[in-house]
Design a protein around this ligand. Structure first.
Ligand SMILES: Cc1cc2nc3c(=O)[nH]c(=O)nc-3n(C[C@H](O)[C@H](O)[C@H](O)COP(=O)(O)OP(=O)(O)OC[C@H]3O[C@@H](n4cnc5c(N)ncnc54)[C@H](O)[C@@H]3O)c2cc1C
Length: 411
């Protein structure tokens, strides 16, 4: 059984079904991309880093665009989230087949493997479970902000997380502060501004980092000095993308450092003109205290070399990212949650070379596998590597290394 029908769940299921494995997949196709991203958002990754993994050729984003008559995407074409959702649906029809749009409520041990309870009330026994639930339950808001939302953060409270929004135009005419300096913060701020909100961005770091505009053709020397990879240019990124299996063999402390440092917060190159000089961005600012007065959020800000400042807004949007914490996966039974081995120094599962956790036949993919295999697993670009390894392990066949669906890394 596969839980989750996002890029990882769909790719793993496509490979398993092609290998003749009897597998059921639960979740809404591309659910996060429909409900946890605001209308008008674009992907930060480039088209060549945004392919789901099909077991046979013909399933790339470019193939989809050709098949449905969408205009050709180049490295200079930001991909609308809506296009990516349509691609996921097309991919599902072609390579996955039936997806059961029912949330999984609990997963626990059973005498033969795992007992899975669905929101419909049905109970299923599964010999193996692949967790591909993405970032859904892992949104992080710093605890000091929580007094702003006594009944819990959300779009109607004075505090919410970016993942709780599909339409930011609801804040037209409102004063909104966005906390964070990454793509989510900057793109949300641009959308809020364009929808008519009075928005400002509060960034902890000293400046915003912007991605470089990709070059369609790079001279040979430049390519040698800074090779391209799905995650960007440079030897370090090229290495972790080329051989995620080798990343796993690094000491856990080195992997965690890689996980924290690689690809820190930055804005996509195409977003810059919608933010810089267009809306106020305050760098080197931390919120030291937050409280509600009436329905308004009152914030105390500390800045480098400055005394505290006060700011009142109607809403604080936390673009404060995600924490890879197994304990947040409430659908896992307490026994599984508490007994699963973790990567030392983290709360993410320790995984074998086949993505298997310390419980036999319980696999984790996507971001939760990034502390094991490196940053590529945080992105769609890691789907081929994960789908092949899990399928090989479950079928007992060696991993195929042929380039059957375009680029994919060494196993
Ligand atoms: C704002 C934002 C922008 C991003 N942009 C990019 C980008 O440009 N390029 C890129 O490569 N990556 C991007 N990412 C990272 C992105 O999340 C992953 O690359 C990709 O979506 C991971 O796929 P996934 O299948 O692991 O997770 P998801 O896409 O999140 O899919 C997981 C699915 O599991 C479902 N699910 C969760 N719990 C259950 C349950 N109990 N029962 C059933 N189903 C469940 C969810 O509804 C969801 O549909 C972005 C992330 C965010 C938050």
């Amino acid at each position: 059984m596969v839980i989750g029908a996002g890029p990882y769940g769909l790719s793993v299921t496509a490979h398993l079904r092609a290998a003749g494995v009897d597998v059921r997949v639960f979740g809404e196709v591309m659910g996060s991309w429909r409900h946890a991203m605001a209308t008008g958002m674009f992907l930060k990754s480039t088209p060549r880093a945004t392919d789901l993994s099909a077991p046979v050729p013909g399933g790339t984003l470019a193939d989809f665009c050709r098949a449905v008559g969408e205009s050709v995407l180049t490295e200079l074409t930001p991909i609308p989230c809506t296009t990516f959702v349509r691609y996921g649906m097309w991919f599902t029809e072609r390579y996955v087949g039936e997806v059961e749009n029912i949330p999984v409520r609990t997963v626990g041990r059973s005498p033969t493997g795992y007992r899975v309870c669905l929101a419909s009330g049905a109970e299923i026994d599964a010999a193996a479970v692949v967790v591909a639930t993405g970032l859904a339950a892992l949104a992080h808001i710093p605890p000091r902000l929580l007094p702003l939302a006594p009944c819990g953060p959300g779009p109607d409270a004075a505090l919410s997380h970016t993942s709780q929004h599909s339409d930011l135009s609801r804040y037209a005419g409102h004063r909104v502060a966005v906390l964070g300096g990454g793509q989510s913060a900057l793109e949300s701020a641009a959308l809020l501004h364009e929808a008519g909100a009075d928005v400002r961005v509060l960034v902890r770091g000293p400046r915003i980092r912007w991605g470089d505009t990709p070059a369609l053709r790079r001279p040979v020397l430049q390519r040698l000095v800074k090779p391209s990879s799905p995650l960007g240019t440079g030897w370090a990124l090229a290495a972790v993308c080329h051989a995620p299996g080798a990343v796993r063999r690094l000491p856990a402390s080195a992997r965690l450092l890689l996980h924290r440092r690689a690809l820190g917060p930055s804005g996509g190159w195409w977003l810059r003109e919608r933010v810089e000089g267009v809306l106020p961005v305050h760098c080197s600012r931390r919120i030291t205290h937050a409280h509600l007065r009436g329905e308004q959020a009152h914030l105390t800000l500390a800045g480098a070399g400055e005394g505290p400042r006060k700011l009142s807004v109607d809403h604080l949007l936390a673009a404060t990212g995600y924490r890879l914490d197994l304990d947040a996966l409430e659908f896992l039974s307490p026994v599984l949650r508490h007994r699963l081995d973790r990567v030392p120094g983290s709360r993410a599962p320790r995984l074998t070379a086949a993505f298997e956790s310390s419980f036999p036949s319980l696999y984790f993919t996507g971001s939760l596998a990034a502390p094991t295999f490196g940053p590529m697993l945080r992105f769609v670009a890691g789907t081929a590597f994960a789908a092949r390894r899990i399928t090989a392990h479950l079928t007992g066949h060696p991993v195929t290394t042929g380039r059957r669906d375009g680029r994919h890394p060494r196993q």
